[in-house]
Design a protein around this ligand. Structure first.
Ligand code: HEC
Length: 175
């Protein structure tokens, strides 16, 4: 800001001496005094030019720097967005939020990505397609599916509606 002000001031000064210069040059153009003035004037102009140049340069540098910083930040944001996308299963974005929400209960035994044997007994559900999960869950509900610990799962599924089961199956298929 200071630089801008001083440039404007310098321009005003040059502007004034410009007028004087033209007025006087008609009267006393040949006196050594006016020669001196012209010399001073061109000096001032030089300084102004220099200041302008420096300012232009620093503005250009600042713009360049801002561009790099913005590019950097954009890159970082994109990177972390990609990371978030990777860590959040696609299902969360595409299917109903309910699936993810419902699965938080299941994940305590089956793992956040269905990668665990629940209580050391169940099969690992990761990679199961929707039909397989739906069959199992509905089976636990009506007693037609399950092993030694099916009672545990019956307790889990009795509260689930068909839509809940579908949402869960879809969510699990994308884990
Ligand atoms: C308290 C721990 C626990 C919780 C919570 C739990 N499960 Fe299970 N799950 C088990 C066990 C143990 C089995 C194996 C039961 C058996 O013997 O059939 C199992 C089996 C399953 C199976 C069949 C896998 C197989 O081995 O055939 C599916 C599918 C399943 N669970 C889904 C879910 C879903 C969906 C939820 C959440 C609504 C859930 N589970 C919550 C413990 C749990």
């Amino acid at each position: 800001m200071k630089i801008v002000l001083s440039v404007v001031l310098a321009m005003l000064i040059v502007g004034c001496s410009d007028e004087k210069g033209t007025q006087k040059s008609t009267q006393e153009s040949n006196t050594p005094q006016s020669v001196e003035k012209v010399a001073v004037k061109s000096d001032v102009q030089k300084v102004v030019k220099k200041v302008e140049n420096t300012e232009e340069k620093s503005v250009a540098q600042a713009v360049e720097k801002t561009k790099t910083v913005v590019a950097d930040v954009t890159k970082k944001v994109e990177e972390s967005a990609a990371k978030v996308k990777e860590s959040v299963p696609v299902a969360a974005a595409t299917s109903s939020v309910d699936g993810a929400k419902l699965f938080t209960v299941c994940s305590s035994c089956h793992g956040a990505h269905a990668e665990k044997k629940a209580l050391g007994k169940s099969q690992i559900m990761k990679g199961w397609d929707e039909t397989k999960t739906i069959t199992a869950l509905k089976g636990y509900k009506d007693g037609t599916y399950g092993g030694a610990m099916k009672a545990v799962m019956k307790g889990q599924v009795t509260k689930l509606s068909d839509d809940d089961i579908k949402a869960l199956a879809k969510y699990i298929s994308n884990l």
